[in-house]
Design a protein around this ligand. Structure first.
Ligand SMILES: Cc1cc2nc3c(=O)[nH]c(=O)nc-3n(C[C@H](O)[C@H](O)[C@H](O)COP(=O)(O)OP(=O)(O)OC[C@H]3O[C@@H](n4cnc5c(N)ncnc54)[C@H](O)[C@@H]3O)c2cc1C
Length: 389
């Protein structure tokens, strides 16, 4: 690489939205206005993680806003990533409770579509599109997060399929999930660290799957430690080829890391900051909010460009890493800025929405740059793209 002409082809310029996406945005906005009027939900920070409401997910699904990119013959809506982008952006901006279908809609549906057997596609995809399938991802393990190739959960051959044994950690929503997607080792480690891994789907609840709560700082039960005590998995529940699980795990990285949930988790705080700055006329606060708004504008454009690139059939992993690295730091910056410019005591129980949202935003803040791949790992990916590794 010639440092004076840094070659880095990263197209993060969005193209204008088509009319169907614009109409969709208006429809979602009208729906959310009605829901907020009838107080069907209370807007929250980090809604895609903590806003768990199966009923709300089903309501969205009835309108065709869950499983949007699943083909119609599997019960979905055959719509584009950009159309999905528009819908989820509006939902997140409103702080709507979308956690019950988030993982299923964002990534499990895609993995199953790309790597699932026909029986699993027919059984699971329509459920996801109905907003009726909570999926938990069982990749991380005690001492194994970033370095997933080191997972110790193993699957041994049986006559009908596989038997899974091991322990997973940080498993979001496993305590009320319908499916658990498990990364495991199906053959011993060799020089190729990524070979011999497989991904299997376990239906929950299961008598040999035990989920123990790991509470968040706020006291919320979101995470779990999940113990698999010899769980039988039929062959048809393996995603992709046995031994080629790494392909499954890495195939959705662009989807998982580039969406608006990577910069809108603390958006309700920004809305309250804007309100407060307008009410007080404080010019310093106004400048701080304007600076955040400018960053938001750029991030949104980058994230939309990734969605458009996904629709074009590309796999923009590096661009997604850039969005997530910058976006998740932006989420933290919103909370830090609010803390510094307003005389406001963060409190989980406050009636003032700024105090309340700020308390959640700050207590969830360490997670933004860790979940879904830490920022250090993302920078490693970008460095590789720059030819530095
Ligand atoms: C809110 C939340 C929800 C989550 N949900 C799930 C879930 O549902 N399912 C699931 O499987 N996991 C989940 N995770 C786990 C998450 O994916 C891991 O925490 C993450 O991958 C980091 O792994 P780790 O915690 O083991 O940290 P480690 O990998 O031990 O990293 C510790 C520190 O070392 C740094 N580091 C590690 N390796 C390198 C390297 N090669 N180069 C430079 N720095 C490095 C990291 O950046 C980090 O700062 C969740 C995490 C959070 C916070």
């Amino acid at each position: 690489m010639n440092a004076s002409t840094l070659q880095f082809e990263l197209d993060l310029r969005p193209r204008p939205l088509c009319s169907s996406a614009l109409e969709l945005r208006q429809a979602v906005r009208r729906f959310l206005e009605e829901e907020l009027k009838s107080r069907s939900f209370e807007p929250t920070v980090d809604a895609w993680l903590r806003g768990f409401d199966r009923g709300f997910s089903r309501t969205l699904a009835e309108r065709g806003w869950v499983g949007m990119t699943i083909p119609t013959h599997y019960g979905g809506h055959g719509r584009s990533q950009v159309e999905r982008f528009v819908v989820i952006e509006e939902l997140l901006a409103a702080g709507a409770p979308v956690a019950a279908h988030w993982i299923a809609d964002r990534q499990a549906a895609n993995s199953i579509l790309s790597f699932g057997s026909e029986p699993i596609k027919r059984r699971v995809l329509p459920r996801i599109a109905r907003g009726d399938c909570v999926v938990a991802i069982g990749y991380s393990e005690p001492d194994v997060g970033s370095d997933l190739a080191s997972v110790r959960t193993r699957a041994e051959r049986t006559r009908e399929g596989w038997r899974l044994t091991g322990t997973k950690i940080w498993t979001s929503h496993a305590h009320h999930a319908d499916l658990l997607v498990v990364l495991c080792r199906t053959s011993p480690r060799t020089e190729d660290r990524h070979a011999g891994l497989s991904v299997m789907v376990v239906e929950l609840p299961h008598p040999k799957v035990k989920a123990r709560p790991v509470l968040l700082m706020t006291g919320e039960h979101h995470f779990n430690e999940v113990v698999l005590e010899g769980v039988d998995v039929p062959e048809e529940m393996v995603l992709g080829q046995v031994g080629e699980g790494w392909k499954v795990v890495t195939s959705d990285l662009a989807l998982e890391r580039s969406g608006p949930e990577r910069f809108l988790s603390t958006y309700p705080v920004l809305v309250e900051m804007l309100r407060r700055a307008a009410e007080t006329g404080d010019r310093c606060a106004g400048r701080a909010v304007a600076s955040l708004a400018a960053q938001l504008y750029a991030l949104r454009a980058m994230s939309l460009a990734v969605a458009q690139s996904l629709d074009a059939g590309d796999s923009p992993i590096i661009a997604a890493a850039v969005v997530k690295d910058i976006g998740t730091r932006f989420e933290q910056e919103i909370a830090e800025t609010a803390r510094h410019i307003f005389a406001c005591e963060p409190s989980l129980d406050a009636s003032d929405p700024l105090q309340r949202h700020l308390a959640v935003a700050l207590m969830h803040s360490p997670a933004y740059t860790v979940r879904g791949g830490t920022n250090e790992i993302l920078r490693g990916i970008v460095a590789k793209g720059l030819g530095l590794r």
